[in-house]
Ligand binder design. Structure first.
Ligand SMILES: Nc1ncnc2c1ncn2[C@@H]1O[C@H](COP(=O)(O)OP(=O)(O)O)[C@@H](O)[C@H]1O
Ligand SMILES: [Mg+2]
Length: 269
């Protein structure tokens, strides 16, 4: 069989990639004292793509999200969004950059209602969301924010729970509400940190189809230990081990990569 370069396809492919490129991170490094948590990590995310960021515990996955959301200092590396170079953002700049994230765990306020928890995900002064405007919603800032929050809750199939206290709900439901809180700012880039963590088989199925639906409206970077979820929802994968990308590419190529097998199973054969 002839290789892609022989067929002249490399050029076509790279043009395609750059047209749709939403996020490009080059050579990102983060250190905690003497510990190198991330070393020269490159990652690209295209429009409407779900990219998996996987690797053993302590590999640096959450640190990657923390760097991209301004929660840790970046030692070096560049960030481009929509082909435009940006400084590494502060946490309060994320919404304007079109980035939202969930936390590993859930992080809802148990005494607040579901709706109030979701409203926290937007800043009140932000202009009315595009979806809410398209639907003709208007009114006070607070009313618009409530309407946007209800739309976000509908996207995670939890609108009927809006008035419940978050602390009264079962864990799997709170995981979906945490996603609604991230969606309320109508992000272009959604960072999901272990959305299926702690869920049983049936709720994992739910989460699976939810993430697939999300990709029609935004791009997702997914950190997840459940390999069945990763394999079924991700378009491409990056594998981190001890802070370095040891493999990347389409799901099938990566799962057969010997370095990945070794990192996960701790064997070299
Ligand atoms: N705020 C921090 N201060 C010091 N060390 C940290 C901090 N956050 C993470 N680390 C360390 O960085 C490494 C990567 O952690 P993390 O990004 O949480 O891994 P993962 O999410 O892949 O399990 C680990 O060795 C962890 O102990
Ligand atoms: Mg983590």
């Amino acid at each position: 069989m002839r290789s892609l370069p022989e067929l002249g396809l490399v050029c076509l492919e790279s043009t395609h990639m750059s047209e749709h490129n939403l996020l490009s991170i080059k050579s990102l490094s983060v250190s905690f004292g003497g510990l190198k948590a991330l070393t020269k990590v490159d990652l690209d995310l295209n429009k409407n793509e779900v990219v998996g960021l996987i690797g053993p515990n302590g590999a640096g996955k959450t640190t990657f999200f923390n760097a991209l959301s301004g929660l840790v200092d970046v030692s070096s590396g560049t960030l481009e969004i929509n082909g435009k170079s940006h400084k590494w953002p502060k946490p309060y700049e994320l919404i304007d950059l079109g980035i939202a994230r969930t936390l590993q765990g859930v992080g809802l306020f148990p005494e607040l209602t579901v709706l109030e928890n979701v409203m926290i995900g937007a800043n009140k002064t932000a202009k009315s969301g595009l979806i809410a405007s398209a639907l003709g919603f208007s009114g006070s800032d607070e009313l618009r924010l409530k309407q946007r929050s209800m739309i976000a809750l509908e996207r995670v199939y939890a609108a009927s729970l809006a008035d419940e206290k978050a602390g009264s709900l079962p864990y799997p439901v709170t995981k979906r509400i945490a996603i609604a809180r991230a969606l309320v700012s109508e992000p272009k880039i959604l960072l999901l940190d272990e959305p299926a963590g702690g869920l049983g088989a049936q709720d994992i199925e739910w989460m699976n189809s939810l993430i697939q639906n999300l990709a029609s409206q935004c791009s997702v970077i997914l950190v997840e230990h459940h390999m069945d979820v990763v394999m079924s929802v991700c378009n491409r994968l990056y594998v981190l081990n001890f802070g370095e990308v040891i493999a990347s590419g389409d799901v099938e190529t990566v799962r057969r990569d010997p370095a990945v097998v070794e990192a996960y199973l701790g064997v070299s054969h």
